[in-house]
Design a protein around this ligand. Structure first.
Ligand code: HEC
Length: 109
C-alpha cells in the first residue's frame, strides 16, 4: 500500500449524502460497501481477510462488543495505522457497517 490514494478515493465516495437516520439509504449502503472494500480494504485486505490491519471477518469480530468496534473506527487506534473516521463517517453509518461486518453480510468475493 503506498501513498494516500485511499484518502482521495474515500473523499470522492463519502462526502456525498450524509445520512443521519437509522439505516443508510440503499444507495448510501452501496457506497459504504464500496468504501469498505476499497478504503478499509487497502489495509484490511480487499476481501477483508487482513493485511496491514487484522481481518474484518465475522469469525474475528465475533464476540467483540459492537460499541468497541464503532469507537475504534470513529477514533482510530493511537500509535497504530488505524486512522480515525470521525468527521468523515457519521456514527450511524459506522454502526451499520459494524453490524454488516459482524453478520458476515458483506460479499467479499
Ligand atoms: C491505514 C490502514 C488502515 C485503514 C485505511 C483502516 N484500518 Fe482498520 N485497522 C488498521 C490496523 C493496523 C488495525 C489494528 C490496530 C491495532 O493494532 O490495535 C486496525 C483495526 C481495526 C479494527 C479493530 C479490529 C479488531 O479485531 O480489534 C476495526 C473494526 C477496523 N480496523 C475497521 C476499519 C474500517 C471499517 C476501516 C474503513 C472505514 C478501516 N479499519 C480502515 C489499519 C487500517
Amino acid at each position: 500500500m503506498s501513498g494516500r490514494t485511499w484518502v482521495s478515493c474515500f473523499v470522492a465516495s463519502a462526502l456525498l449524502p450524509m445520512v443521519a437516520a437509522a439505516d443508510p439509504s440503499a444507495a448510501r449502503q452501496g457506497e459504504l460497501i464500496h468504501l469498505l472494500r476499497h478504503d478499509c480494504g487497502s489495509c484490511h485486505g480487499l476481501t477483508l481477510k487482513g493485511g496491514l490491519g487484522p481481518p474484518l471477518l465475522p469469525a474475528t469480530l465475533d464476540g467483540l462488543p459492537a460499541e468497541g468496534l464503532v469507537a475504534i473506527i470513529l477514533d482510530g487506534v493511537p500509535g497504530k495505522p488505524m486512522p480515525p473516521w470521525r468527521g468523515l463517517l457519521p456514527e450511524g453509518e459506522v454502526a451499520w457497517l459494524v453490524e454488516q461486518l459482524q453478520a458476515g453480510a458483506i460479499d467479499v468475493e
